[in-house]
Design a protein around this ligand. Sequence first.
Ligand SMILES: NC(=O)c1ccc[n+]([C@@H]2O[C@H](COP(=O)([O-])OP(=O)(O)OC[C@H]3O[C@@H](n4cnc5c(N)ncnc54)[C@H](OP(=O)(O)O)[C@@H]3O)[C@@H](O)[C@H]2O)c1
Length: 366
Amino acid sequence: MSKTIFMTGVTGLIGRWTAAQLAAGGHRVLGLTRNAKSREPEFRNWIAAHGGAPECVELIEGDLETPGFGLDARDRVRIRDVHQIQNLGALMEWGGDAARMQRVNVDATAELLAWAETMPHLERFVHISGYLVTANAFWRELGFDREKLVANERAKKRAFRKLRERGTPYETTKLEADILVRRARAGGVPAIIVNPSTVIGHAETGEAHQMFGIEGLVRGVQTGALSAVPGRRGDWIPLVTIDYLARFLARVPMLSWTAGEDFTVLHQGTPELARLIEVIADELGKRAPRHHVPLWLLKPLLKAGLDRKTGTPVEALAFINSYRFDTSTAERAAVEIGLSHPGIEQALRKSVRYLAAQTSQVSQAA
Ligand SMILES: NC(=O)c1ccc[n+]([C@@H]2O[C@H](COP(=O)([O-])OP(=O)(O)OC[C@H]3O[C@@H](n4cnc5c(N)ncnc54)[C@H](OP(=O)(O)O)[C@@H]3O)[C@@H](O)[C@H]2O)c1
């Protein structure tokens, strides 16, 4: 049966590919975006070029920074009747404006969750956190018990006052939104949380208009600024391709058993960071660094100005870790929808090639 999905972040990396998948399956997507009317024709062309039925996708005007998103009354009524919310909108920047991130990543999620409680036909609220929040070791290192923050507002307020002092607004706001979704879920909202790792381009073409998690590494290898492998042997940045994630997001929330579940979506065969950098270097025809530099040493160096030289902000190091992740629930769902991961090294090579071609086009244009 065809469903209607209200999606924030529809023009983003994850949103657009998921919208194309949904539209290919005959579902209707109402995508909230700024400057909707002027962007819709081009966006529909993109959907059509990526296998979706363009008439299934409609952009509606709204801004996540504005209370009520600035929606007009007609759109507000239409949203009330949807079957699914996909909350994929976010401000994703290293060292960005903390107040804006709080509004877009946290307050807008809180507002959507409040709507969800009153929506008569809502079957799923799909929220994206990130894979790090699923590791107990991550929470231990932060010094907080996630369940306590979900259950207790005072504990949550205290914790986030402290976390905000670290000056890592992207990570902090994502964590706070995660807690809000868990709390609403405990209160009855049929939410699922999808926790993808770093997303790279399409497995076949490498296409992706941004690769937030690995762009810095690719740039570092390209310019020679990455002269050592950050972290220790065995550390990694798990990857997932955008085509896999989009298919997952378009179909798994519709499975009957998924409400209340968490899904960690990543390729368990992602090579460790040293090998990943070797693959990037090989693809770019550059020499890969051999030696490791521990994160405890690298962090103060980046803070002292190396971040500008290498183009790697200290916040980006959060993605490098030695944790291992339980992906069994996501794999069970993937089997049920007939989805399997592509070879990840090959896919990474395609993404690096795509990124490098984009960068050279931009510099030629400049
Ligand atoms: N990409 C990854 O590697 C990755 C990994 C794990 C989790 N995630 C999470 O996945 C979600 C989607 O990420 P993504 O990679 O698709 O991000 P993205 O490409 O940066 O897209 C962000 C989307 O949010 C929209 N947005 C931002 N501010 C807005 C505002 N004020 N009003 C309306 N829309 C606004 C953007 O619209 P415009 O087009 O107008 O800018 C865009 O559609 C985020 O929650 C992110 O934290 C991403």
